[in-house]
Design a protein around this ligand. Structure first.
Ligand SMILES: Cc1cc2nc3c(=O)[nH]c(=O)nc-3n(C[C@H](O)[C@H](O)[C@H](O)COP(=O)(O)OP(=O)(O)OC[C@H]3O[C@@H](n4cnc5c(N)ncnc54)[C@H](O)[C@@H]3O)c2cc1C
Ligand SMILES: Cc1ncc(C[n+]2csc(CCOP(=O)(O)OP(=O)(O)O)c2C)c(N)n1
Ligand SMILES: [Mg+2]
Length: 569
C-alpha cells in the first residue's frame, strides 16, 4: 500500500490503539494534521503545547496505556519540554510527535527550526529525528515499545516536513521493532532470591517501601499478599499512594519530607527495608548518611541504574516487581511481628493530638479540612489530580486513596501547572471516573488556559482551587528558613469564580468551613465541569517537615499544644 508519511503516522497510531491525541498545529506538522481528517482519531485541541504533554501524561497515568501529544516545530516543540521532563522524572510512558523543517533546511536556522532531539536528549528515554517517509512506521512502533517496556518513559519523534509529504510502501508487519541493544526484560539470579528470603525471614523490624513501580507493574495485589503473609508494615512514597489501600491495617502512610512522623521513625528504626519499585528520592531519604542506619536493604527494581545510586543496598532483585514477587511470595514464611507492629503504633504518640483535624472550629478554613471533606464526600473514590505545593502535600495526607491510579501528581519534577491539563488527559483515559483537580492558586494560573479545552471538549472535570493567596510552599520555606521574608510569594489573584464564568464553567467561592460539604455536593450533582475557589488560611504550613538534607527523624512537627501560624492568635 503506497501512503504518504503523514498517513503512515495515523495508520501506525491507530494500530497502536491510539484513539485520542492531544496537540496544537503549525506549519511543520501541517501535512500530518491534513491527513488526520481521513482517520478516526479524536484530536484534542489544547491551548498550549505544555498542556498537551501533561494531558498525554495524565492519560497514561490514569489508564495505564501510552499517551500521545503532537505539535509543530520550534516553539511548539520547545513548549513541550516541561511536560516531557515531567514524564521522564516520574517514569510515565508518553510519545510526543513534532514536526521539523524540511530535511534540506536542517542546520540553517530555518523558520521555526529548533534542534528538539538535541534539546530533549537528557529528558527522554529515547528520541528520533526521522527524515524519510520509509522510516516512520518502524520508528513509531519502536517508540511505543520503548515508552512502555521496562522502566516506562517519554519518547519523542521529530519528523521533517518532507518525510511527512513523501510517499512509500506502508508495511506494518515488516516495521516490527528490532532493538538488539535494548534489554528491558531482566530477572534476578536464583541465589539472590535465596539470600533475600533468608534476610526477610530473620528480620524483626522490617518495613516495605512501596513506590510508583508497584502501580506501574500492576503488582498491588502481590505486595498486599506479601505484606499480609509476612506481617510487614508498608510505607508509601508520594507516587506509591493508592498502590496499597490507605485503609489496609498494615499501611502506615506516606514516608519522607512531609510523610507521617511515625513512618519516618519506623524507617529509621527498621532492621530491614524492602524497597519495591521506588528510587530513594532525596524527598524520601533526607540525609543519606543517617538514613535507616540499622537496616539491611533489599531493592526490587527494574532499572539497573537505580541500584546503589542513592542508597547502598545489600541485595538487588533486578526485574519487574510483579514477576519477582510471584517468585518470592510462595517462599515467604509467616512470622509473628506483633511486637514491631505495636511499637509502631506507639510511635504514633501524640500525632493525633497535633493533627489539624482535631483543632476546635475557630472559624478558619484550612486546606486540610477542605481536602478531608472532599475525601469524605467522594467516599475516597475520586480520581484526584494535584498540582505542586502545599495543597499537594495536604492532599497526600488527608485524602485517603484506596485504589491504584487514583492519585496523579508530579513528584520528581514537581511541575506547577501540571494538574489541570493532566486531569483532562485522565478524564479521556477514564471517562467514567469522577475526576477532581486539587490545585494551588499559583499553579492554576500557569495552565488555566486549558479551561477552554475543557469547555470545547465538553468534559466533566471538577476543580478545587486551594487559594491561600501565596505561593504557599515557598512561603513556608521562607517562614521556616528565611525569617519570614516573603520575597515574591504573595499573590494577587483574579476572581477565579468570575474567570470560570467567562468560560461558561459553573463556579463557587467558599470561605467558611460550614459551606465546604454542601458546595462539594452541589458540584458533584452538576453534570459538567465546575470550579470551587476555596479561600483558605493564608499562612498555614505543612507538618511534619524534614528540612532539605536533614536527618529523616529530625522533623519539624506541628507545635503542640497546637499553635497555628500568624493570624490565628
Ligand atoms: C513539594 C513536593 C514534596 C514532596 N515530598 C515527598 C514526600 O514527603 N515523600 C515522598 O515520598 N515523596 C515526596 N515527593 C515526591 C518525590 O520527589 C518523588 O517523586 C517520589 O518520592 C518518587 O517516588 P517513587 O520512587 O515511588 O517513584 P518514581 O520516581 O516514579 O520511581 C519509580 C521506581 O520504580 C521503578 N519501576 C518502574 N516500573 C517498575 C517495575 N515494573 N518493576 C520494578 N520497578 C519498577 C523505576 O525504575 C523507578 O526506580 C515530593 C514532591 C514534591 C513536588
Ligand atoms: C514551574 C514551577 N515553578 C516554580 C516551582 C517552585 N514551587 C514549588 S511549590 C511553589 C508554590 C506553589 O504555589 P501554589 O500553586 O499557590 O500552591 P500552594 O503551595 O500555595 O498550595 C513553587 C513556586 C515549581 N515547583 N514549578
Ligand atoms: Mg497558593
Amino acid at each position: 500500500m503506497i501512503k504518504t508519511g503523514a498517513e503512515i503516522v495515523w495508520e501506525c497510531l491507530l494500530r497502536e490503539g491510539v484513539r485520542n491525541i492531544f496537540g496544537y498545529p503549525g506549519g511543520a506538522i501541517l501535512p500530518t494534521y491534513d491527513a488526520l481528517t481521513k482517520y478516526d482519531i479524536h484530536h484534542v485541541l489544547v491551548r498550549h503545547e505544555q498542556g498537551a504533554t501533561h494531558m498525554a501524561d495524565g492519560f497514561a497515568r490514569a489508564g495505564g496505556g501510552v499517551g500521545v501529544a503532537i505539535a509543530t516545530s520550534g516553539p511548539g516543540a520547545t513548549n513541550m519540554v516541561t511536560g516531557i521532563a515531567t514524564a521522564m522524572l516520574d517514569s510515565s510512558p508518553i510519545v510526543c510527535i513534532t514536526g521539523q523543517v524540511g530535511s534540506k533546511l536542517i542546520g540553517s536556522d530555518a523558520f521555526q527550526e529548533t534542534d528538539i532531539t538535541g534539546v530533549t536528549l537528557p529528558i527522554t528515554k529515547h528520541n528520533y529525528l526521522v527524515t524519510h517517509a520509509e522510516d516512520i512506521a518502524r520508528t513509531i512502533r519502536e517508540a511505543f515499545y520503548i515508552a512502555q517496556s521496562g522502566r516506562p518513559g517519554p519518547v519523542l519523534i521529530d519528523i521533517t516536513k518532507d518525510a511527512q509529504q513523501g510517499t512509500c510502501k506502508f508495511d506494518w508487519e515488516s516495521a516490527k521493532p528490532q532493538l538488539p541493544g535494548y534489554r528491558p526484560d531482566l530477572s534476578p539470579a536464583p541465589e539472590d532470591y535465596e539470600k533475600a528470603i533468608a534476610m526477610i525471614g530473620s528480620a524483626q523490624r522490617p518495613v516495605i517501601l512501596s513506590g510508583h513501580g508497584v502501580i506501574l507493574s500492576g503488582a498491588t495485589r502481590l505486595v498486599k499478599d506479601f505484606a499480609e503473609r509476612a506481617h510487614i508494615p508498608i510505607a508509601m512514597t508520594l507516587l506509591g499512594i493508592g498502590g496499597i489501600p490507605a485503609s489496609h491495617p498494615l499501611n502506615l502512610g506516606m514516608m519522607g519530607m512531609h510523610g507521617e512522623a511515625w513512618v519516618n521513625h519506623a524507617i529509621q528504626e527498621a532492621d530491614l527495608l524492602l524497597a519495591f519499585g521506588m528510587r530513594f528520592d532525596d524527598r524520601v531519604t533526607g540525609n543519606l548518611k543517617t538514613y535507616a542506619p540499622t537496616a539491611k536493604k533489599i531493592h526490587v527494581e527494574i532499572d539497573p541504574a537505580e541500584i546503589n545510586k542513592n542508597v547502598r543496598v545489600d541485595i538487588a532483585l533486578l526485574g519487574d516487581l510483579g514477576e519477582v514477587l510471584q517468585e518470592l511470595l510462595p517462599r515467604i514464611e509467616t512470622r509473628d511481628r506483633s511486637e514491631w507492629l505495636s511499637h509502631i503504633r506507639e510511635l504514633k504518640g501524640d500525632s493525633a493530638v497535633r493533627d489539624i483535624q482535631n483543632l476546635p472550629d475557630s472559624g478558619h478554613l484550612y486546606a486540610a479540612h477542605v481536602i478531608n471533606d472532599l475525601w469524605r464526600e467522594t467516599r475516597g473514590r475520586a480520581l484526584v489530580v494535584t498540582d505542586v505545593g502545599q495543597h499537594q502535600m495536604w492532599e497526600a495526607q488527608y485524602y485517603h486513596h484506596d485504589q491504584p491510579r487514583s492519585l496523579i501528581t508530579s513528584g520528581g519534577l514537581g511541575t506547577m501547572g501540571f494538574a489541570l491539563p493532566a486531569a483532562i488527559g485522565a478524564k479521556f483515559a477514564r471517562p467514567d471516573a469522577e475526576v477532581w483537580v486539587v490545585v494551588g492558586d499559583g499553579g492554576f494560573q500557569m495552565t488555566m488556559a486549558e479551561l477552554a479545552t475543557i469547555v470545547q471538549e465538553k468534559i466533566d472535570v471538577k476543580i478545587a482551587i486551594i487559594n491561600n493567596g501565596f505561593l504557599g510552599m515557598v512561603r513556608q520555606w521562607q517562614e521556616f528558613f528565611y525569617e519570614k521574608r516573603y520575597a515574591a510569594t504573595p499573590l494577587l489573584n483574579p476572581d477565579f469564580a468570575k474567570l470560570a464564568d467567562a468560560y461558561g464553567i459553573r463556579s463557587f467561592t467558599v470561605s467558611e468551613r460550614k459551606d465546604v460539604i454542601s458546595t462539594v455536593q452541589e458540584v458533584r450533582q452538576h453534570p459538567g465541569a465546575a470550579l470551587i475557589d476555596f479561600r483558605v488560611e493564608q499562612e498555614d504550613s505543612v507538618y511534619p517537615m524534614v528540612p532539605a538534607g536533614a536527618d529523616l527523624h529530625a522533623m519539624i512537627r506541628r507545635p503542640a499544644p497546637i499553635w497555628e501560624t500568624g493570624s490565628d492568635e
